[in-house]
Design a protein around this ligand. Sequence first.
Ligand code: UTP
Length: 515
Amino acid sequence: ASFCVQKLLVSSGFHIHLLLANIATTTARHDRSQTSTMETELREKFSNAGQDHLFKYWDQLSESQQSAFLKQLSKLGDPEAFIRDVSNAIAYSSSVAESKEYTQLPQSSYTSTISSSKETLNEWETKGIELIKDGKVGIILMAGGQGTRLGSSLPKGCYDVGLPSHKSLFQIQVERIKKLEQLAGVEKSLTLYVMTSQPTRQPTEEFFQKHEYFGWDKEQIIFFNQGTLPAVDLEGQKLLLGQDKCSLAESPDGNGGLYKALFDNGILDSFKEKGIEHIHMYCIDNILVKVGDPTFMGFSVLNGFDVATKVVRKNDPAEKVGLIVLDKKANKPCVIEYSEISQKLSEAKDETDPSLLKLRAANIVNHYYNVDFLQRMVPQWIKSRKNLPYHIAKKKIACTDINTGEPIKPTENNGIKMEQFIFDVFPSVDLEKFGCLEVAREDEFSPLKNAPGSVSDSPEMCRANCLKRSTRWIIENGGLLESADALVEVSPLTSYFGEGLSGVADQNFAADTVL
Ligand code: UTP
């Protein structure tokens, strides 16, 4: 009997094997036929859009490369519509700015921490701390940029600007969040959502892992990727083929890609699941950033704003910064680039205080968002190119030379990258729901943009500005410096923003002390 059972098992095993082999063959055949239908459809679509060249090296590709390429092409949706959007972006970039009338935001939308009373600032801060305590605050860090001007091989957040502690930007910022939780008297209240991009994701996650999440709980950090957009030639007509001949040359879709990324990666749902009602969003490159700033959160929430933005004061009319202004005709907030304002308007003085420029709210890409508002608006924003138009940036783009099939690493601009801008959605916010908070530049803004030795926004300047601020805190608290030019580093774990330093009174500090 046992022999019979064994025989039966062996023979049914054999049958199952055969059956599985048949299923595998059928599935492979099915996959191939699906791939070839997809290939036919996509070839036709891309050919109609003038993009035949993308298939020139098709026959040299392996089956898996072909199928990955088809997947990428199908994700683009309608190539004709994309090329049309590119043409519009090019036309927009070279058009004479529309004769819009820009002016200051009204006083109801514009407040300065510089002229606010201590009581008001305390009230905002207390509210912000309460929100953190109640788990209602989430933080988004935008770290998807490629940092091309800085020229470091690692993502910008890994950069050491040369502080005495040699902490990276990521470490400084995570430590500020840890300290904030401590100030609110809670643990595991804040979540940091880190937006990376295809090029920055892996090195960023590896950096966090290597440094054991800087002593914070890894469960409180969520990485998500922004999308990419294909690059085109300088005429905006042909999509560029990647160096591997089996992909489109693509780049991150700009900081405005944040909204689509929040939607696509289920981050909006995550806010709801965690009970997060208010968001602070900031950029990785600002070494002075008050991450999760309770004062800013309190200001925004107590005023009932849907969106708010921090700005610093523009003093020099020639400074090349974007400005937060009011589009008078539409009665909506918006950002204008420095190239869009006339010299006369950029030099105009404030009517009530002629020591100030009329348009002085310099954009530092540091925002508050109400989560309900994001839930309502993001699906609309990402559907319409009107809310998030493409902008063009002429760049050196690695790709394949279609004529020779050789990879090109250009030394001159050879193509256009497409980007979306995060502030393009501002005009869809009602003016009374939009807030602008001016903060002191020396306290809150010093971005790392350019390579060492550059005349502006260099690592040396970030280092100096960070140390100058902490040294000011030491002096304000009665600390003494061993030499007049000594600079002291205060760890974010010691003080979030200058508080808790009364113990330094009458103590002497040597240059490069880390407190
Ligand atoms: P920048 O526009 O200064 O770009 O980014 P960048 O990548 O840091 O530097 P360059 O221009 O290549 O030299 C401002 C902020 O927006 C983020 C950046 O990571 C930075 O925090 N950003 C920018 C993204 O997250 N995604 C993007 O596609 C672009």
